[in-house]
Design a protein around this ligand. Sequence first.
Ligand SMILES: Nc1ncnc2c1ncn2[C@@H]1O[C@H](COP(=O)(O)OP(=O)(O)OP(=O)(O)O)[C@@H](O)[C@H]1O
Length: 408
Amino acid sequence: MPGKESEEGPVEVAAAEDGAEEDLGGLTMEELQEGQEAALALEDMMALSAQTLLHAEVDELYQEVRPLGQGRFGRVILVTHRQKGTHLALKQLPKTSTSLRGFLYEFCVGLSLGTHAAIVAAYGIGIESANSYSFLTEPVLHGDLITYIKPKVGLPQPAAKRCASQLACALEHIHSQGLVYRDLKPENVLVCDPACRRVKLTDFGHTRPRGTLLRLTGPPIPYTAPELCAPPPLPEGLPIQPALDAWALGVLVFCLLTGYFPWDQPLLDTDPFYEDFVIWQASGQPQDRPQPWYGLSPAADTLLWGLLDPHPRKRSPVGAVKGYLGQPWRQRDGEAEELEQDPEAPKGKQPLCLAVAARPSTSICSLRVSHLRPGRSLFPPLGLGGSWTLMGPSNSVPIPCKTLPGTL
Ligand SMILES: Nc1ncnc2c1ncn2[C@@H]1O[C@H](COP(=O)(O)OP(=O)(O)OP(=O)(O)O)[C@@H](O)[C@H]1O
């Protein structure tokens, strides 16, 4: 997404003369300065890039080979350079939905970060055409990570660890530049080879300097950190911190290891899966472990509890992943089974696996139900949408809770 200017603004330094963190919405003076330096460096780069934009139609310079992807804001095409024959990825943003400033912002952030091995390299070529703005990056030809995460299974453990470690390094690099990425999700992670050995982060349209004031503008998604869902500390919004990315990394690692989202939204009272997680974090008792978390190892629990701490100041930094790479992240398969069928589990919390007929899809898929507590709902695996009818274990008798609407 190209950089948006509305609803965002820098924090006023003058508000913090006595160094009180409250005046800065929880930011320290040092953190604020780091963000402001990043913002100034980007402004300089945007001014220079505006002067060096090529004015041409894309097909005068490049030959289209095939589409690589389509986002909400732009399409990405594989092209070849007409003289050299080099393959490149061209992201094209229509002028109807993208301002020159928004384009320059995304272009320059990508350019300043693209030197990292786990970030898509940018080529510093920006083009203004009659109806669009475009820039060029390296093409990454094995699709995005979402297609590799098997629903209800995830990725093989070595691949999950490699992805987590490379993404943690990429995010650390972004944070070291005074920026917050803000859009970590599998769709923005490009895969370089079929075995998922190397991945690269792309799409810097949401990246902002640390301390930029932001409000949540749409409904939260699993990757949205809880502090963004709460009323902001300053009237203008929440000053953003790298902890937002640490939360999203925790959710992504959970998805990689299980093939499930841990919750739909990190909202107590609204999302029973999040509520279960917070109860388990508070008690630390094995019997409170939410069903979707069965199968994870103690090391994965500790790592994820740190990244998913609801308090941003206590949350582990993204680099914490590196300290856990030498330990298993999943229980042995047998152990996971034993846990699921634990006869000692209290009756009211016995996990249950039910068959669900998905509509309008024709396939029958098995979904998990959180706990046998009244009012508790389905735990949706990744990648399934539509509305659902709960069926009994025999796969024939509908359960009294009838049709559950559910859209992913
Ligand atoms: N360098 C690249 N090489 C190969 N495919 C790419 C590349 N960059 C992007 N894509 C593909 O194009 C899709 C859309 O790109 P991108 O996320 O940059 O667009 P967007 O409009 O900003 O998306 P969003 O809706 O998330 O804001 C990606 O999900 C990916 O599949």
